[in-house]
Design a protein around this ligand. Structure first.
Ligand code: HEM
Length: 341
């Protein structure tokens, strides 16, 4: 396959994923605009997505917990605890549960392993050069934190009265007070971070080569959710009270079909539903997987504790002594030494 065929394939993956996201958004906007379709977009699809999310995540967790982990396999980059006079890395190679929790918390909250990520390139010579690659870390951190804050802020749309955390974040996030409605910093950061992550996949030939449909789809889906949400807030206002009634109705299993909430809302909700249903079956499930990963959640204490494989079953062995007893006469006849006379 020539290089052009490879590039064609890469372009197809990117275009296919953006087209899928646009198709979901347009279909939802069209179905929601006709009265009989409104229940499908506002009630049935969100419920189906939520059930898929719950079942999918449970299936994942059950599968993860069933996979055997007979050995301690934490990935570490520090000295393991052994003799008292050898300085151990309590965080880089944690030997206690507290150390594991501290390492995991820092990983989840600050993406420490991504911070250490380096880029490599081949120069004339040939010489392999390693360099800093902090932008990916920064964009990933900015994206995940903005997403979390936006989700927490959304609680004001689902809970009555809005929880204190949602009100507080709303105030902090809108501290710029640019125009009406107030511009949220996280909206801008989320968009910029997502666009950076996308352009990185397009621009870097190595990353583009290994990028699959699902890599683009996840990014375009999140971008679609951000764009439809932002459009609703700043350009095509929707009835937030009606959204709240719908959300509460869905939560207490007594949903009522709302009045027309506009195409942006139907597109937003359908894309969020797609994300929810897709999450357990995609790479996005790293969100939960990181906590269940034995390379991260096990203490590195193999020099302090003997770990016996819990699945060990009794094996019938034939010891050297038994073998020697069995062939003693032949070994002695051949003049070979034996351990026990
Ligand atoms: C993964 C989940 C979701 C993400 C990432 C997301 C993202 C966003 C973003 C970025 C905005 C722009 C304004 C802001 O930051 O608050 C927004 C607005 C909005 N979203 Fe979401 N959203 C999600 C889920 C939902 C759900 C489940 C609903 C409703 C059932 C919803 C309803 C709305 C509404 C009504 C607005 C406009 C709010 C306003 O006018 O102030 N969103 N969303």
């Amino acid at each position: 396959m020539g290089p052009l065929a490879g590039e064609d394939r890469e372009v197809k993956r990117a275009l296919g994923s953006v087209a899928s996201v646009i198709a979901v958004a347009l279909a939802a906007a069209a179905i929601g605009s006709i009265a009989p379709g409104r229940a499908v977009v506002t009630i049935w699809i969100p419920y189906a997505a939520f059930v898929t999310l719950l079942l999918g995540l449970s299936w994942r967790v059950v599968r993860w917990s069933l996979s055997p982990v007979p050995f301690r396999i934490p990935t570490v980059c520090g000295q393991q605890k052994s003799l008292g006079w050898i300085k151990a890395g309590w965080l880089e190679s944690p030997s206690t549960t507290l150390g594991v929790i501290a390492r995991m918390a820092l990983e989840v909250l600050t993406f420490r392993s991504l911070f250490r990520n380096v880029r490599s390139r081949l120069e004339a010579g040939p010489r392999l050069i390693y360099g800093e690659a902090k932008w990916l870390w920064l964009a990933a951190l900015a994206f995940h934190w903005s997403l979390l804050i936006i989700l927490l802020r959304h609680l004001r749309l689902f809970v009555q009265p809005p929880p204190a955390v949602a009100v507080l974040l709303d105030r902090l996030d809108g501290f710029f007070q640019v125009g009406v409605p107030v511009v949220y910093v996280t909206d801008v950061v989320l968009l910029v971070a997502l666009l950076y992550l996308l352009q990185r996949r397009f621009r870097d030939p190595q990353v583009r080569y290994i990028s699959l449909f699902t890599d683009y789809f996840a990014l375009f889906l999140l971008l679609g959710i951000a764009v439809t949400g932002i459009s609703m807030r700043y350009f095509a206002r929707t009835d937030v009270i009606a959204v709240k009634q719908l959300a509460i109705g869905l939560a207490i299993f007594a949903p009522a079909v709302p009045a027309n909430l506009g195409p942006w809302f139907y597109a937003h909700l359908a894309l969020v539903s797609t994300l929810a249903a897709y999450l357990p079956f995609s790479k996005l499930v790293h969100m939960g997987g990181v906590f269940l990963s034995p390379t991260r959640n096990l203490a590195n204490n193999t020099r302090m504790k003997r770990h016996v494989n819990p699945w060990n079953y009794p094996v019938k062995v034939h010891t050297y002594q038994e073998w020697e007893d069995e062939f003693r006469d032949k070994i002695e006849a051949a003049g070979l030494p034996v351990e026990r006379r």
